[in-house]
Structures are given as C-alpha cells and as structure tokens.
Design a protein around this ligand. Sequence first.
Ligand code: GLN
Ligand code: ZN
Length: 763
Amino acid sequence: MTETSLATVYGYPRQGPDRELKKAIEGYWAGRVSAQDLLATAAGLRADNWRHLAEAGVREVPTGDFSLYDHVLDTTVMVGAIPPRHRAAAQDPVAGYFAMARGTQDVAPLEMTKWFDTNYHYLVPELGPDTVFAADPSKQVGELGEALALGHTARPVLVGPVTYLLLAKPAPGVDPDFEPISLLDRLLPVYAEVLAALRAAGAEWVQLDEPALVQDRDRAVLDAAAHAYRELGALTDRPKILVASYFDRLGEALPVLAQAPVEGLGLDFTGPAAANLDDLARAGGLFGKRLVAGVVDGRNVWINDLGRSLATLATLLGLADRVDVAASCSLLHVPIDLALENGLDPQVGRWLAFARQKVAEVVTLATGLSEGTEVIDGQLAANRADLASRAASALTHDPAVRARTAAVTADDARRPQPYGERAVAQRARLGLPTLPSTTIGSFPQTSELRAARADLRAGRIDQDAYDELIASEIRSVLIFQERAGIDVLVHGEPERNDMVQYFAEQLNGYLATQQGWVQSYGTRYVRPPILAGDVSRPKPMTLRWTTYAQSQTERPVKGMLTGPVTMLAWSFVRDDQPQAETARQVALALRDEVADLEAAGTAVIQVDEPALRETLPLRAADRPAYLAWATEAFRLATSGVRADTQIHTHMCYAEFGEILAAIDDLDADVISLEAARSHMQVAHELAGAGYPREVGPGVYDIHSPRVPDVEEVASLLRKGLGGIPAERLWVNPDCGLKTRGWPEVRSSLDNLVAAARVVRAEV
Ligand code: GLN
Ligand code: ZN
C-alpha cells in the first residue's frame, strides 16, 4: 500500500526576483544598509519563497538552504569550525561571517572552489587535528521557526557530516596529508546536538545532503558514511532523517545508505544519475523508507518530459513504501522565474523551465502519482505538445549544420603535419627569440570601457562612438606591449563583456536571457547563455578587431577565441542530444573563424579551454568518453590550419593529474597555464609525462595586485627550464589581465620582459 506522494524541493534561489538579496548585502558592505535591515530583507525573501512554494503545492518546504553567502560557510558556522584568524571578527556574527567569506584588510578569506561540477562556488572549510567543533544551531533553528510560524510544514536542509568533511581541506600550517574525514567522530556529536535542537524546535524531518557520496569513494569513506548514519540513526532525540544525494548516481554508496538506520533517501534520476534506478532495484529497493525521487533536472533549464518521469516514478513505486517527487538538486542552480523574461521567442519559452516552473512540474508529477495520471491529463498533453515543438523546430534542427557534423571524419580533427614539422615552419615564419613573451589575452577592463558598453546598450552613445573607443583602447594596448618589448601581442579583448557571452551573442543556436541570473558565489550572479539550437556562425566574430590590431603593428598579434568545451561548460546546454554533438557544432563554427583569421594573415591563434578540467565527470568511469569528445572538439576547431600557423591554448589551473594525456591530445603547438603560485610545478608534470610541445607556465600571478620583481620572475623561469627546454618555453602571466589595474599590469609586464631577457642570456 503506497501513501500519497508529496512534492518537495531541496532548495530555492536565494536572490529574490529582482536580486534584492545582492543589493541588500552589497549595501551592507558599503555601509548603506544596517545589519538589521539586511537580516530583515533576508527573512522577507525566505518568507516569499516559502509562500510561493506552498501556494504552488509543495507540502514540505525546505528551510536552512537560504544563505547570505554560501551554505557550506553556514555549515562551518553551525559546527563552530571558524578558523582562528577569523575568531576575533566572528564576535560580530554578520561582519564576522562576511570576513570569513571575503577577508578583511588583515585576514585572508576562506578559499573558494567549485561545488561539484556546477558553476556555484563554496567556501572551503579549513580543518586540522586541533579543530574543536561546537554546535551553533541558531541559523537552522531560527529559519525553521520562521517557516513554522508562517504555518508551513518545513524540513531543514543541512550539508551532511560526511560531505562537509570531504569538502574540507587541511588548514594552513597543518600537514597537507591530514584527512579531514578523520574528524568524523568529533563532528557527529555536534550534528546530534543540532538534530536535537531541530526536533525541539518542531522538525519532523531533517534533510542531510551527502552529494560527496556520488563520487568514486574508497572503502574507508564508505565505511565512514555507514558509521556516521549508524550513529546518527541510533540517536533517540532526533527528527526523521532524509539523506539526499544528487549530481550523479550513488553507486557503491547506495547500499550503504539504503541499509542505514535512517528514514529516507533522496536519489537523483536525471542524466547519468538515472543509473540509480537499476542500482536501487538491484539493492532490493528501499522498503520501510521514504524515497525522494529527483526526476526534474534541477540544474538545467529545459522542461521535464512528464510522461517519462511518470514512468520512472511508477517503477519506483514498486521499490519503496513511499515515493515523493523532487527536483534532482537544489534549484539554486537555475534562474528564478521564466515569467521575468520578456525578450524570449515565445516558441522557445515553451521549452524552458526555471525554478518556479520546475516547482510546478514537481507538483504536477506528485499529483499524477498520487491521484492518477488522468488528473493531470491537461498538463501531460500540453507537455507533449511543447516537447514535440522543440523536437520539430528549425532552431533545433538545422539541416546544413546536421549535414556538416555528420560528415566530420577523424582526419578533419587532426592537423596534417606532425608537430616537429609545424614547429620548424612556425619558427621560420614568426622569427621569435628564445623564451618568447606573450600575454593570455585580456588587458584591464577599465570602468570607462564598462560604462561605454552600458551607454551603448542604453542608447546614450551610438555604435560608431563605441567602436572608436574600442579601436583607441586596442591602439593603446598595442603601444604599451611594443614598448614593454612583448614578442607576441594581443589586442586586449576590450570589446568582450565575457569570454563565453561574447561568442554566444554572435552564434546562431544560443539565446540570451535578461533576468536569468544564477549565483556563482556570494553576491556574484551570472547569466549563462542558453545553448538551445543547432549552432552556426552567420558571420566572422573576431576578425574585425584582430585584423585591425594587426594593421597597427609589425609584431604578430594573436587571435583569441573561446574553445568549444568552455562554450558549453559556462552555458545551459541542450539535453536533447549528446554533448559531443553540441560540442562538434560549436567546434565547426570556431573552425571557420580560425580559417578566416588565418586567411587574413593571423599567424598565431589561441583557443582558450579553461573549462576542460572542471567539466570532468564526477565519476572516473565517465571520464574517458568525455575527454574523447572534448579533445576531438578542440582539434576540430583548430586543425584546419597550415603548418606555419601556430595554435595556442590556455587553461587556468595548476593541477593536471589525470588530464595530462588529454592535454597532449589537444595537439596545440603552445599551451599556457597557471603556474606562478605552484612554483612551476606543472612544467615538471608535463615534462614527466613527456609532453612534446611548447609550454608557457605562468610566471606572474594575476590573482593578486602584487607586482612580481624581475628576480622573482627570473627564478620561476629557471625553475621552468628544469622541466621544459629553452626552445619550448614561453614567458607569460597565469591568465588574462582583465580584473587587474593598469599600474600593476604595466610594472609586472615590464618585469616579466626584463626577466625573460635575463634568463635568455643564460641559456
Ligand atoms: N583570453 C582570456 C583572457 O585573457 C582567457 C580567460 C581565462 O582563461 N579564463 O581573459
Ligand atoms: Zn586563464
């Protein structure tokens, strides 16, 4: 006998329909908004969200998912793991909280890193053998109390103890081999205290999120998870526990959680996580427990296939006592409301669901499951029509694009000449010195440039005036580089708002939103473009400014493009075809751009792929297939050139580990990488892996305004020479300079060129 299915979600966008939260927080930072007013705004937004969820038919609203900055930081506060350097500031809860998030004049913030494979960033807990935890349930208890007082049934959502420890890193000064998970037994009593406090405050259920268990985990971690939930399950003074997983399948952790003495389990059934269905059947189902089924994709913007979800849910009814319906993960990762968009093609609008629309889908599915699908006949018919309109649309099926990708052969994605031959031809054409210097592309994006872009949008200046400003900015960036003595110049990217958006705006198949803001971190929100249809390039995208720049100087100017993997990674991508196919379409559009640049005389073309590593699937088993299409797409974009055209790529991180072979597979002539903070470690890693081509490990850390002196840069270069021979070593910063100020950029690049000269004389 099955019970009624409830609709629920794990979390909701925090910002408010008009990004009210961002405005209040930034106002507080600027001293314009008091802490009290900020907290009142936040409470108002929470109340609005719960009311909306309840009115939409969500019977159990999440609490505690709200955050002024980041939910992992909130967990750090909840367990009392405030780093010693922040304790003084933490006397004031609001100011102290933001001090941990953003640092102050005197203390560094917590490090920030990506939340699994999403584009949300969390603040990394810093733990060590001396960490003493202490429960502070006030935020969780407070928000639960607010929801209950408003008459809602509420379920507090917390980062689970295992995931919290797995996301942490050894605190500064602690042995880098220290494993935070070793603190589990110290942490569990703190969770026990929080659970008791939540029960006392009226929680019937509590949700503990354990997304870290969807990654490959060894026996020790699985045992730790089993232990944690045995201990928490054995508590008598606690709410019922729902352990939630998302972003992928639980795999070997599924039986661990299915057998744990907790009352509920949340599983993701979207994308690769759909494997949870078979795994659950194999594990014998979830009888005696509540299953929360994440069947609505919580991290992409497409409407659900309601019929298919109902089929999944019907199967699940045979595998658990009670099946509730949810989005696969917190709706934090999608924009808040499609109704706020007024510029979208109405036909395309029918294919899209943002947070608010996803809630409606979840409710529809729960209703259909509880009351019979005839009750939702109308919604099912409309959904079928919308899906059919998407499948049949000319936007999603451009015959010319289809014919072109279908005709791609392996040879199209291979440069005809081996690297050795290319290197000789490029050397002859470019005539560069040993240890040539270059930059990664962007120069400081001044407030003047940003204001001009806003003026253009608002119609305060016309296109000609804007273009003249861009041209003059390019000229001054070129003059600076020539004077500094840089060998391969860039135009500085002044015309680009963002490295993905700039191209997305010019390619067919991409859509832009007006209000589709998604939290990247803290108060930083981005509007990812939506890759909705078949991709093609109506006309050249970068040719004009690149050739203009080249016309102003005798030195080579590097063309600058964003690679296919990054064009996908920082967008919402299609879910109606494999990513490999979408990447191929983008790659072919870029291939045409590369050909146009080459034909116009560009001798050096850089195709940035900073997202290559961050897009790695969470499960190792899925990585070879990903790396195969990702590297093929890069090569497809870049392999149509002559031997004497030099292809560069760029990635901004230092740890390569398992993608070293993939980097080799890109077959780029030159790769520039972040390396300054890791003391050129990557040069040695690449050398150790036998990397055969040219490398520019960054010698200027662009993440800080600090100006490295000549000797510092020279010593990094000498370290680089320990791995990469002089004839294959480039001299460049870690990344683009757009976030830096001109004064420090000038001095740093002067020092970089001077250091290249010093070391050049030594080799
Ligand atoms: N060419 C880009 C720039 O310099 C690269 C940015 C990046 O790697 N994230 O800004
Ligand atoms: Zn970079």
